[in-house]
Design a binder for this molecule. Structure first.
Ligand SMILES: Cc1cc2nc3c(=O)[nH]c(=O)nc-3n(C[C@H](O)[C@H](O)[C@H](O)COP(=O)(O)OP(=O)(O)OC[C@H]3O[C@@H](n4cnc5c(N)ncnc54)[C@H](O)[C@@H]3O)c2cc1C
Length: 409
């Protein structure tokens, strides 16, 4: 058997590319390992610039119809500030991308299933419970896999690696993954029964030895994350770990968090160490990598979905523009992605240094930053890269000089 595209991994990236290319008339084989999408504590918040990417791909209406929930405002709390003062500085989120009311939230398993089903409806052959055994690249790319007890080898014009952080296709392509050092632990939990929290307002904040992020998902459900020092590996392990995690949200400087602490866990509590990774060239003869397989941004920025949707848009545009029988030229994708990830890595490292470092010196630095950025908004321009896209902030923001200005004091 042969196909135009063999896509390994049917998460957001793989399923969105399968949908886009099936709509364009390509023969697509989508191979997904899992038999059901589960809560793995993955992205449920799409930045405004990522929402624009879903609009450009013709996927946005699907996400909205499936319950995609827009957020309208953002509050940053901090131990150095009175809560009323923090809330008075609440920022509207409708100004970062034209025609986008704010970030969009949708449960990750539901999001994956939606794209998978849409890809099938558009004509892709999509298989679940697949065990990929071998990936051969070069002039005659091939994928060997077992599905429903049957072993098959499929020839493809191109193999796409979309399997997330651990990528067989990346290994087969000989593409090296660079990673920077872990910065902090980051745990996430879905919480139900959160009453009294404004469902259109997201918030972050740091107090003592804990930094939090909260993203309402609609109704009384909120996705929360908490960051803590690398030395505290086992802080939220054990049978009452989720309870202790929710208790950490009780903060003098963010009294609204009481509603989160009073909620009930609605999924697993998983912890990851946060860092960045990247590849020099996310392609090789016969293969291209998208999404986390090509390198990921520190989840403190919450940009993996936006990055992945942009990958899908650029790669699918290249494929659609490639003449039948010709080899696609992914160099423009590699160039754009390298600069995009460099800028987002910078923004992530700065955000992590500000929000996820603890102790007296870090606290004093945050206090100084909040005071100075209220008077000089250019200090916060790296945040524009997160919300409006890495190309939206001036180039001189992504420099050591800007970092020193932000972290001074
Ligand atoms: C704690 C945490 C919080 C995050 N929060 C956010 C957020 O709020 N917003 C945001 O934008 N991003 C967030 N992210 C990042 C985001 O979840 C990822 O960047 C995004 O899911 C990447 O999509 P993907 O399709 O590349 O990979 P994945 O979502 O990892 O999907 C890969 C798919 O491939 C399948 N697969 C794996 N191996 C194989 C194989 N060998 N054969 C076949 N199939 C395979 C998997 O089952 C899976 O379905 C977060 C990440 C973490 C860790």
């Amino acid at each position: 058997m042969s196909t135009d595209l063999a896509i390994v991994g049917g998460g957001i990236g793989g399923a969105a590319l399968a949908l886009t290319m099936a709509r364009a008339g390509a023969h697509v084989l989508l191979l997904e390992k899992s038999t059901a999408y589960e809560d793995r504590v993955r992205g449920e918040w799409i930045a405004p610039w990522g929402v624009t990417e879903t609009q450009r791909l013709g996927i946005y209406d699907l996400l909205r119809a499936a319950g995609g929930h827009h957020l309208a405002s953002h509050t940053t709390y901090d131990e150095s500030r009175d809560p009323a003062d923090s809330e008075a500085r609440t920022m509207p989120l409708d100004m970062f991308a034209p025609g986008v009311p704010g970030p969009l939230c949708l449960g990750h398993p539901r999001h994956c299933q939606l794209l998978f089903d849409a890809a099938v409806a558009a004509g892709a052959e999509a298989l679940r419970g697949v065990e990929v055994e071998a990936v051969e690249l070069g002039a005659r790319p091939r994928v060997t896999f077992t599905h429903a007890g049957v072993r098959r080898t499929v020839e493809a014009r191109l193999v796409i690696g979309a399997e997330g952080r651990q990528s067989l296709v990346r290994d087969a392509a000989g593409v090296a993954l660079h990673q920077d050092a872990p910065h902090h632990w980051f745990a996430g939990l879905l919480v139900d029964g959160v009453t009294g929290w404004d469902v259109s307002r997201q918030a972050i904040g740091t107090e003592g030895d804990f930094g939090f992020l909260a993203f309402p998902q609609g109704g009384d459900r909120v996705r929360v994350y908490g960051g803590y020092a690398l030395a505290e590996k086992g802080r939220f392990t054990g049978p009452d770990g989720a309870r202790r995690f929710l208790d950490a949200f009780r903060m003098r400087s963010a009294p609204a968090n009481e509603a989160i602490a009073a909620g009930a866990p609605a999924g697993p509590l998983f912890s990851y160490f946060n860092n960045d990774s990247w590849t020099d060239e996310p392609f090789a003869p016969g293969a291209v990598l998208i999404g986390d397989a090509a390198g990921w941004n520190d989840p403190i920025n919450g940009l993996g979905l936006s990055i992945t949707y942009r990958d899908v848009r650029i790669v699918s545009d290249i494929l659609k523009a490639t003449a039948a029988g010709a080899a696609p030229d992914f160099r423009p994708y590699a160039e754009e992605r390298a600069e995009r990830m460099r800028r987002l890595r910078f923004a992530g490292q700065l955000q992590a240094a500000l929000d996820m470092e603890f102790g007296a010196a870090a606290s004093a630095r945050r206090r100084s930053y909040h005071a100075r950025s209220a008077a000089d908004p250019t200090l916060g321009l790296h945040g524009v890269a997160i919300l409006a896209g890495p190309e939206a902030a001036p180039a001189d923001i992504f420099t050591q000089a800007h970092r020193e200005r932000v972290l001074a004091g």
